[in-house]
Design a protein around this ligand. Structure first.
Ligand SMILES: [Zn+2]
Length: 276
């Protein structure tokens, strides 16, 4: 039997269904997320050829022809952060307020819960200004992971367990090289201290994310050009002191001063060969 409902009943049912699907403290920001991703469709569906002007001021002939062979661009780096905040609720709030202008793809709570906040295929506002090797726009090629930690406390076992599971998935899904798991401090040594010397990079390296120095270290050569070695790993060495501190916070950890000791040189000499 073909039953017909009046329009107001249908509208009422739609309104009820919409209200039911928008429960929870983040119902509104989830809706904003959907609207924003919808707006990106107009950009990626555009079939306008580029407007190009040659050196004589003439317009270069250009046409659009859609190919049938393409896909989504994938992230190739992972940037690890600490939140420098006191609770995961505070961070979720920070990342769902427009005025802060900051976000991350994932936030990991102290109890190990992983919050996913931006699709891996989209650009989160996490890495900011910095430089790593020849990369100058890390947000466009990386996934950012924030770990709930105020910067002065140990990371929890639950957090590291969840992080390893997440990194394993990201590495597999996007074929991310071992060297491309770095800290915010590595990307922006002049501005950022996270994830700091308490972050267990040795554990991560044992699981294939980033590197750690060998137990037995060779002596670095005499007059070792450690600034060039830092630059070849990826560090922005325009302010050498900051690059040294960032390196030590990641790869030495027991001492994070800007003084370069024989141990630091030996670790760098060892690590630099893993990045070749
Ligand atoms: Zn950070």
């Amino acid at each position: 039997m073909n039953k017909r409902y009046p329009l107001y009943i249908i509208l009422l049912l739609i309104a009820l269904a919409t209200a039911c699907s928008q429960k929870g403290p983040y119902a509104i920001t989830n809706k904003v997320y959907t609207h924003q991703t919808d707006s990106f469709l107009h950009i990626i569906q555009s079939q306008l050829p580029p407007l190009l002007i040659d050196s004589t001021g003439m317009q270069v002939p250009a046409k659009w022809v859609g190919t049938v062979n393409f896909g989504m661009r994938k992230p190739n780096y992972v940037i690890i952060h600490y939140t420098a905040q006191d609770s995961v609720q505070q961070t979720l709030k920070t990342f769902t307020i427009k005025s802060t202008q900051v976000s991350a793809h994932y936030v990991i709570a102290k109890n190990g819960t992983v919050y996913h906040m931006v699709s891996d295929y989209l650009r989160a506002n996490q890495a900011g200004l910095g430089k790593w090797g020849s990369i100058t726009d890390m947000n466009s090629c990386s996934v950012g992971i924030e770990i709930d930690n105020n910067g002065f406390e140990p990371y929890t076992d639950a957090q590291i367990g969840s992080l390893l599971a997440l990194l394993t998935k990201l590495k597999k899904d996007y074929n991310i090289p071992q060297a491309n798991f770095i800290g915010h401090q590595d990307w922006a040594p002049k501005r950022k201290p996270d994830p700091g010397p308490l972050f267990p990079w040795k554990v991560l390296a044992a699981h294939g994310f980033s590197f750690w120095s060998d137990d037995i270290l060779e002596l670095a050569p005499d007059n070792y050009d450690y600034i060039t070695a830092l630059r070849l790993i990826g560090y922005d060495t325009s302010t050498p002191k900051d690059a040294i501190v960032a390196f030590k916070r990641h790869f030495v950890q027991s001492d994070t001063t800007a003084t370069v000791t024989q141990l630091d040189l030996n670790v760098l000499f060892n690590i630099s060969r893993k990045y070749q």
